[in-house]
Design a protein around this ligand. Structure first.
Ligand SMILES: [Cu+2]
Length: 139
């Protein structure tokens, strides 16, 4: 019985410690990350925060590299025709849509942004789960 009580006590302590960790879902709402390097690296995970960081700011002419750190395929797309919710795909006027195709675990995809404005992109398999991101490209 003493052993069982100790196990319960440890479980309670672990649960309490986990409760103090930041909520992953809220990490997606992180403030805009700026000047984080060129290319700026965004990690892709199988659960929230799917794209980390989810909202970044770069300068025109800089690149972003998405790296799949998950165990399933992910993608990066601004092609509104493939979006379940058209609001998940957006580009400034004059920009051409891009689509990485499926990026396998361990794979990556890079894109250089030349047209300033706000880009909203999504992952084809996980858009509905909330795998969406924002890139703000400044002049
Ligand atoms: Cu995905």
């Amino acid at each position: 019985m003493i052993f069982r009580a100790a196990v319960v006590a440890i479980a309670v302590a672990v649960a309490a410690a986990l409760a103090l960790l930041p909520d992953p879902a809220k990490a997606a709402d992180n403030p805009v990350v700026t000047n984080a390097g060129n290319p700026l690296v965004i990690k892709m995970y199988d659960k929230a925060p799917f794209y980390a960081p989810g909202k970044v700011s770069i300068k025109a002419g800089e690149s972003v590299r998405w790296e799949n750190d998950g165990e399933t395929v992910h993608s990066v797309s601004t092609a509104a025709s493939n979006a379940q919710n058209p609001k998940d795909a957006a580009m400034p006027k004059g920009a051409v849509s891009f689509d990485s195709g499926f990026i396998p675990p361990g794979g990556d995809y890079s894109y250089t942004f030349t047209v300033p404005g706000t880009y909203r992109y999504f992952c084809l398999p996980h858009e509905k789960a909330g795998m969406v991101g924002v890139i703000i490209v400044k002049k």
